[in-house]
Design a protein around this ligand. Structure first.
Ligand code: HDE
Length: 731
């Protein structure tokens, strides 16, 4: 039986059991590959029944194919046109359907109806993405993640087209093509794929001090999430809320994942890219199929209009956050993703987001990055989706009816009746007519503007380092080390030493220790940064000073910026590996498995080969993965049950020992039943610790129940980063 879409959520263990159930079903049945309603004849696109789909029409059975073969030509022509241009950025993505509900009315701030009525369930479609890689690139690239949500509201579609980082590289949209050209594979040899670790990217960045804050985020573990379900999301720009009385306030949007914010190790990310490049896509898909629906709370930071200028930074500058200490995040509603797409192309590929898709109650600000985006998204859909009717593609359709006088164009689906396609008209009774604001008509917020037309940037945008420093100072010790490692890796991949040097000098403006550590790893020393060279020559010939302002943030640390402070209270949906072989202690397997499943985790029995293993008790246990198909990097934690023969086999099996070595290196929880210490002793860390095993997150106990309890607590901590070797202190 295939998995049903839109089923009711399963709770923890139910969901976990379902995983194995589905896997087995998948193996046993081809049923799921059937399309609904395919008990029908094969036809051409014109509806003609086809009687031979195996042979083209030929002049004799060994002769040339005839031009006449319209059936062959139709099939091949369609095939030849199957691809559409991939997105210029965010090409690699994964999507899901869901719903959003506000907790309580937000009418004080916004008249948006989907944020006013707690009983209203608004359908959503979400697309997560990486930015730099091509459509087939790996999920685990070090990159920003797109987090785009389409709300199908009663008042029209609202798209919150955000990222998993709250800021951006640049302040003005005119620099976007430069940024993207710099990060994409280099144009002469198209290397490297889905990676920022190359000269053109760091050349550009080292000349754009405004990108420094974003670089801190990109080099942090936020850029290598454990799961798309465990990422925060941000609207990035400051938006406006507008209420019924037309009073506006500023708002920043946040998505807070209920599973907490977690990441993998960089070494692990690189290995996952080889073992399972679809790791995030698969994880999202399976969680939803298993009924473990991903959830986020929508958060807002609200700033009254009168407070626009009260901060040390400019609210219109997309390279700045509003620290949560200054304006707390109010959690106002919840989004639940509960249905996988039926067809990747039709939905995830053809979905067209646009920052300009808003509803009454939400409006823009003059953030120059946002203003540029307002142009770019429609423009890109025109080329990508082939014309102006992309709003008619099912995934892009508004749930409200669309009435206007726009007509025709490539691939028009709607058949407009009648002869009136203009306004005003009398022949159509004046229809469709304009809506007053009281009737839900959209009117832009009447912001007062009195200014000169200039190509300039406000000086309030010129502090490029204070929040980069705030971010760095807010990190835990292991997180700081990871940033140092990431920078050393990325810059180490640059061939041009001058680029490395320029970047190291910029890091000196963020934190002296950070810069010194990276410089040490690169064999350099930190020098004074050069003056930025991106000067403009205005019409009056007077050069503008682009030198960054030296500002010190009055806030030294912000708790919300460190993932060390995230939720660590659940092992729900975590994948746990159980290494076993013939002769395993059945009780040690089942007691542990039961305890983990009860907490909502999932388990895989991994043995030297697929099929079944026979326990000491002679019970037959089904194997989910072999040591060849599984890898430690695909699991959150590892358990080794006892059983004399099983333990002896695993201790002599290099793949099993490697599995544990990797889990240890990546700071994961490892549990061994007392009888299984022989396997641990075969590892590099077992040798180090033996005979008395003592290390946080490394558990040995002969009482399986007690071991399970400690193991669950350890897995919930996500990682034991402190296990990593201490960094060398530069001279
Ligand atoms: Fe985008 N961006 N962007 N971007 N962006 C696109 O639109 C653009 C920016 C973001 O899953 C494109 O349909 C400009 C910030 C996401 O389909 C394109 C600028 C943020 C997605 C485009 C930015 C984003 C896109 C490419 C500088 C976070 C994927 C394909 C002003 C707030 C949406 C497409 C999806 C996609 C332009 C900067 C998020 C070319 C000009 C800042 C999540 O239109």
């Amino acid at each position: 039986m295939p998995v049903k879409k839109g089923k009711t959520p399963l709770k923890g263990s139910e969901a976990a059991n379902r995983k194995t159930e589905i896997t087995n079903e998948k193996l046993d049945s081809m049923e799921q590959h059937k399309e609904a309603g395919t008990d029908q004849f094969l036809t051409t696109n014109q509806g003609l029944k086809i009687n031979d789909d195996q042979n083209s029409l030929k002049a004799g059975d060994r002769g040339a194919t005839l031009l006449e073969d319209f059936i062959f030509r139709e099939k091949i022509t369609h095939f030849d046109h199957e691809r559409i241009p991939e997105r210029i950025v965010h090409a690699r993505g994964s999507g899901a359907h869901g719903v959003f509900k506000v907790y309580k009315s937000m009418a004080t701030y916004t008249k948006a109806s989907f944020l006013n009525d707690p009983s209203m369930e608004t359908p959503v479609f979400v697309r997560f993405s990486t930015v730099a890689g091509f459509r087939g690139s790996t999920d685990l690239a070090r990159d920003v993640r797109g987090f785009a949500v389409k709300f199908y509201t009663q008042e029209g579609n609202f798209d919150l087209v955000g990222n998993n980082m709250p800021i951006f590289f640049i302040q003005d949209a005119i620099k976007f093509p430069d940024l993207v050209h710099a990060v994409k594979p280099e144009p002469h040899n198209e290397i490297p794929q889905a990676a920022s670790a190359h000269d053109t990217f760091w050349d550009f960045i080292s000349l754009m001090p405004e990108s420094t804050h974003m670089i801190m985020w990109l080099m942090s573990d936020r850029a290598i999430p454990r799961s798309l379900r465990m990422m925060e999301g941000f609207g990035v720009h400051t938006f406006r809320f507008v209420n019924e009385k037309n009073e506006a306030c500023f708002v920043k949007f946040h998505w807070k994942p209920l599973l907490g914010v977690h990441s993998v190790a960089w070494d692990e990310a690189q290995q996952i890219s080889g073992k399972d490049p679809d790791f995030h896509r698969r994880d999202l898909w399976e969680a939803i199929e298993n009924g473990a629906f991903p959830e986020w709370e929508l958060g807002v930071q609200i700033v009254p209009e009168k407070d626009e200028h009260k901060f040390e930074f400019d609210l219109l500058d997309a390279t700045k956050i509003i620290p949560e200490e200054l304006v707390p995040v109010q959690r106002i509603g919840k989004m639940t993703l509960n249905r996988n797409p039926d067809n990747f192309f039709a939905e995830t590929e053809q979905v067209a987001f646009h920052v300009g898709h808003i509803v009454p109650g939400i409006d823009f600000t003059n953030d120059p990055l946002m203003q540029g985006r307002l142009f770019s998204y429609t423009d890109t859909q025109l080329i990508r989706l082939g014309g102006p009717n992309f709003h008619e593609i099912p995934i892009n359709r508004s749930i409200g009816t669309v009435h206007n006088n726009q007509r025709d164009g490539y691939m028009r689906q709607q058949i407009n009746k009648g002869r009136v396609s203009y306004h005003p008209n009398s022949l159509g009774g004046g229809c469709p007519f304009q809506a007053k604001m009281a009737e839900g008509g959209f009117a832009s917020y009447a912001e007062k503007i009195d200014a000169k037309k200039v190509r300039e940037r406000s000086r309030s945008f010129f502090d490029h380092f204070s929040q980069a420093t705030l971010f760095y100072n807010s990190q835990s010790e292991p997180e700081k080390n990871h940033i140092i490692d990431a920078l050393s890796f990325e810059l180490g991949k640059c061939e041009v030493e001058a680029i490395r040097q320029r970047m190291v000098n910029i890091l000196g403006e963020v934190d002296k220790g950070l810069a010194a550590s990276v410089a040490y790893n690169l064999g350099l020393s930190v020098l004074k940064p050069e003056k930025p060279i991106n000067k403009s020559i205005p019409a009056d010939g007077v050069e503008k000073n682009f030198e960054p302002l030296k500002v010190k943030s009055s806030l030294l640390k912000s708790e919300a910026l460190s993932m060390a402070n995230t939720k660590k209270d659940s092992i729900r949906t975590r994948n746990i590996a159980i290494l076993a072989a013939d002769g395993v202690d059945e009780n040690a397997v089942t007691v542990m498995q039961k305890a983990l499943l009860a907490e909502g985790a999932m388990t895989d029995i991994i043995a030297p080969k697929l099929g079944t293993i026979t326990a000491e008790s002679k019970a037959v246990i089904r194997v989910n993965q072999s040591l060849l198909t599984a890898a430690s990097v695909m699991y959150d934690a590892v358990y080794v049950p006892g059983g004399t023969n099983s333990v002896a086999t695993l201790a002599g099996e290099p793949d099993a020992v490697h599995f544990l070595n990797q889990a240890f290196k990546h700071c994961k929880a490892i549990a061994a039943h007392a009888g299984a210490t022989q396997v641990l002793e075969a590892t590099y860390f077992g040798k180090k610790l033996s005979p008395k095993i003592q290390e946080e997150g490394l558990l040995v106990n002969k009482d399986v129940k007690a071991l399970a309890k400690d193991f669950i607590a350890a897995i919930a901590k996500h990682r034991f980063w402190e296990r990593e070797k201490p960094r060398k202190v530069p001279a």
